[in-house]
Ligand binder design. Sequence first.
Ligand code: ADP
Ligand code: MG
Length: 600
Amino acid sequence: MSKRIQVLDPLLANQIAAGEVVERPSSIVKELIENSRDANAAKIHIDIENGGISSIKIKDDGEGIHREDLIHAVSRHATSKIQTLDDLQTIRSFGFRGEALASISSVSRFRLLSRTKEQTHGFQIEVTGREPEILQSPVSHHVGTSIEVRDVFYNTPARRKFLKTSQTEFNHIMEVVRKMGLSHFGIEFVVKHQQKQILSLPSAVNILEKEKRVAEICGENFIENALRVEIESHDMELSGWFGLPTFSRSQSDLQYIFINGRVVKDKVISHAVRQAYQDVMYQNRHPAYLLYLNILPEFIDVNVHPAKNEVRFRESRNVFDFIMHSVKKTLQHTRPTSVAENKIEPVEIATYARSSDVSSQVSLYSALVNTHPKVANNAATLSLSQKPLVLSSECEKNNNHEHHHDIPALGFALGQLHGVYIVAQNQHGMILVDMHAAHERICYENLKKEYSSRKMSMQTLLIGINISLNKREADCVEEKSELFKKIGFIVEKLTDTAVIVRTVPSLLIQQDIEKLVRALIGDILEHEITDGVDEAINRLLATMSCHHAIRANRQLSLLEMNHLLRQIEKTDHGNQCNHGRPTWTALSLSDLDKIFLRGR
Ligand code: ADP
Ligand code: MG
């Protein structure tokens, strides 16, 4: 006979709901911090024992809970944050489902103390058995809320078995706090484990304080190698820090995405970022970034997952494009500025951000570009070898910024080292440039520009070049003849196993064309490149520039070297070659002094 249907006992219902919300102690910490944040707390102190398995205490200085609402706080489907379904459309708080405290208190020994600013005392509620119990006597408590959660899963042994060691559970808790810390700079966080202070993040308001917090959480190295971004469109706002391509990682472990302050995993955004970096990073490397997207709540649905770590965009294409272009633009500005180290500030982007120090950079930058077009285009008219001496002595006398405008960021070449590096000097010290890497980047950017303006300049060969290939390769040439034409090659199939090259891109006229065409065919076959996909075309352009780039051991004149320096300064992504390796680095005089232990 079939069993009869019964309404679930409330405790059991809460425990079942807890299965979704409370996976482990860190999920409790996450829910409690979110509640404190929703109550506008400025300080959140977290005290953990035994990885949170024995005890989690969280104290905040938020708005508190009214005495009469205590019972609702721990009841399922009770929330102060929404009243109608429409409210969900414009939700700005973290909570809204009204089930976290009910779930948590159903699988632990739970106590909550709270006081609102209207009350002179705090009140408390305990849930240790079946029924919540409000303790009638007032307790002394500051305005705000304290919550104690002890013996997690004590009454659900099956789940308790899944808990890991205290250290592992604590690591999960720290990851939760780090994410909250990275998205709520204004809130002070303090974490203790076994009564020992593990983390202390004072409230961070200005950009310097924020960067200090980022350094504390993600490492000094990250912030020193990151570009700051702040860009707005009419309905979205992007900000954050993006690691330089040279700071890439072998894992995607330093990538955080926050949407309206909520940490999320989101494919639309992570793909957009990946695509933006693609041009400047090896395929198997991962960029490091903290990305903050603010978007009108109407444009997203946050209620797609009980733990709310996913969102759905109403117009994901818009979001993708906005993120991709913004990040790409930022990375383009990794060109040399007058900063002594190879730590580059975004030029145009930064005008949105650090207005004060950036305006001087922008004028410096335009001064560089505008006062030196001659150097770049017609280097022969300058007597370069004398210039650095004159300039550096002038700068020492007069430490005025105006004078620095006269010195290009990468300075002037002194000579060549082992046919591989250019040694140059600017007013700060010494610059070393990897000739091949730099030249490769310059060619690549030029080819991209020519390609995208559909004005690839081509040159017809007096005598065509015959290349013998296998059948598959020859077919590829025939099939992709339009694609070849777009990148500057007219290649025709002669026989089943031979082709003839009639026209080549002007830039590459001096190169070993046969070798290059073979490499391009290899690329097309290996990566199944088809026409009309920019990334695919870029791969071919990269191969072309790699073949064109100055090989090691080619002697350059000082003029040629200076010409190259001026070109790097003008080139998008000038600081990295196509594979994300740096093209140049700097050693300031004080760096050199340190090496030689001067002034100690
Ligand atoms: P939700 O956050 O979805 O509303 P919760 O179960 O997490 O549901 O919390 C229930 C209610 O308890 C909240 O709506 C809020 O009114 C109150 N509350 C919980 N924690 C705090 C806190 N730290 N400070 C003030 N109010 C709180
Ligand atoms: Mg909540």
